[in-house]
Ligand binder design. Sequence first.
Ligand code: SF4
Length: 214
Amino acid sequence: MAKQLDYHTIREIFARFHAAEPEPKGELEHVNAFTLVVAVALSAQATDAGVNKATRGLFAVADTPEKMLALGEEGVIEHIKTIGLYRNKAKNVVKLSRILVEEHGGTVPCSRAALQALPGVGRKTANVVLNMWWRYPAQAVDTHIFRVGNRTGIAPGRDVVAVERAIEDNVPVDYMLHAHHWLILHGRYTCIARKPKCAACLIRDLCTFEDKTE
Ligand code: SF4
């Protein structure tokens, strides 16, 4: 496991991320908190582009929990069957819509525990929703962030919760809100899994990864 980078190095890394992209954005399309929850839940083991393609039609007819319930499981399936695990995901989307209507008056709750109590919503999904909708500096650790955190030394950890905690503990708070998106985009487009683009990487001189590519 990489050694934890010191404060000043991490500060410099995020200063560079910030200079390159001051307002990094998530790539999942949504029109309100409810559609964001659904989009993030659908994105497990699927690409954002694939989810967006499916949800454009879905959200055009069902952008509230009430409308999603009225659409029903078969109706949801019709829109999302291009996405992996669509049957199970459709079941969860209808179930979570029912809970939102019956227990939350049709609104989306904004605590991690209440979000995680929804079917198909795990810790990562809850953190994405808290970060993107409520602009709370929650750190959702996916496969990209887990890899970048460990390779660079920004947030080494043996599992996703350890990396989440390392980000919270080590990233300066003025960079915390956007840390999730900077790290995810860095992992998706530069520090990619098989052959990271180290020659073109803007933090190459600060990163601790020993097997950098040329
Ligand atoms: S130098 Fe290479 S391993 Fe390090 S962050 Fe950049 S792309 Fe990833």
